[in-house]
Design a protein around this ligand. Sequence first.
Ligand code: SAH
Length: 375
Amino acid sequence: MAGDYLMDEMQPSPVESLTKILSDKGSMSVADYMALSLTAAGVGYYKNGNPIGAKGDFVTAPEVSQIFGELIGIWVMIVWEGMGCPQNFILAELGPGRGTLMQDVMRATRAKPAFRQAARVHLVETSVTLREAQGKALRSLCRPEWHESFTALPEAPLIIVANEFFDALPTEQFVYHGGSWYKRVLTLDDNNRPIFAAGRLEVPPVEILPDNMPNEGDILEFCPAAVDLIGEIGRRAKNAPCAILITDYGYDGRDYGDTLQAVSAHNYVDPIQPPGTVDLSTHVNFAELRIAAQDAGLTPSRVMPQSEYLMSLGLEPRLRRLMADADEEQRAALFLGARRLVDPFQMGSLFKAMAITSTHLPLPPPFSVESRAIQ
Ligand code: SAH
């Protein structure tokens, strides 16, 4: 999925070499910079170490509360039933991190042995370290198969979950300067320091252009890897039913803005860093995903804030049930975790959920069909 910017002979040694690459190449686009920094062999942030958790750089929803994965477990069972309970289907996760979400999904689905029997778990993961963690987390629950890229998944009825995966896909930026659009690039300034600048003239894809005119310096973002991935789901949906649940931080609307961010040890830092040393991401543009889904002949759901999504799936009764069996310390931890997921000042509103399904499938709860015209 990540850009194919790096060929082996171009592999820099870890950490030092952004200036060196830029002095060799002149410039690189933001998407190429993200691909280099996140997933390039030998260098990429996601190739090395274990970035997730209190001791890592960031914490994700499944790590905050088991309820997140359990409710998604209920969601995948409903989707499977909507598909007519295929006897053999692929339950895939994109970027499974430490394997916690799939572990909770598999625990929650124990209640339905026919589902468990029919599910073949496939994980799309680029990191060897994280693959090991996923294998351990799932050891007693299933025997997953791993793939480097989504396109390698076998053809079959497909239910996919992806939490905080799309934000890591390489995203292009365009900058409006002097009345024209340019591809935004990283290049070196006169003192040989890496800076962002306007690259070659290039108009962003029309479908993401906002209605209002841009101002000098405005930035637009476009994630070609996300569009390709959804296009591939559309292709597969012609032969077998498909559904994907995308949960991530992002926005729903055609807006100008620079959302490229870098996180290290739970703090935001300057996005220009030695390749592989920080978590680079952009906010997911759900409007772009919706358009990609429609173009691919799929049905996009409306975009729900995480709070609404999880509450509609039954977060509160599940929390009450867990708390009833817990001691006082556990009760406090369960409550704080659940609150963090849905509190609008924490993860409840910036994080969102969207489903995309084959057109003939019923759109699963709690979504309803997107009936608004595309903004
Ligand atoms: N879903 C997990 C982890 C999110 S972090 C959670 O919620 O905790 C992003 C995950 O995607 C990591 O597992 C990372 O290694 C993986 N990843 C990032 N870019 C990838 C790519 N291009 N191909 C495959 N896996 C990728």
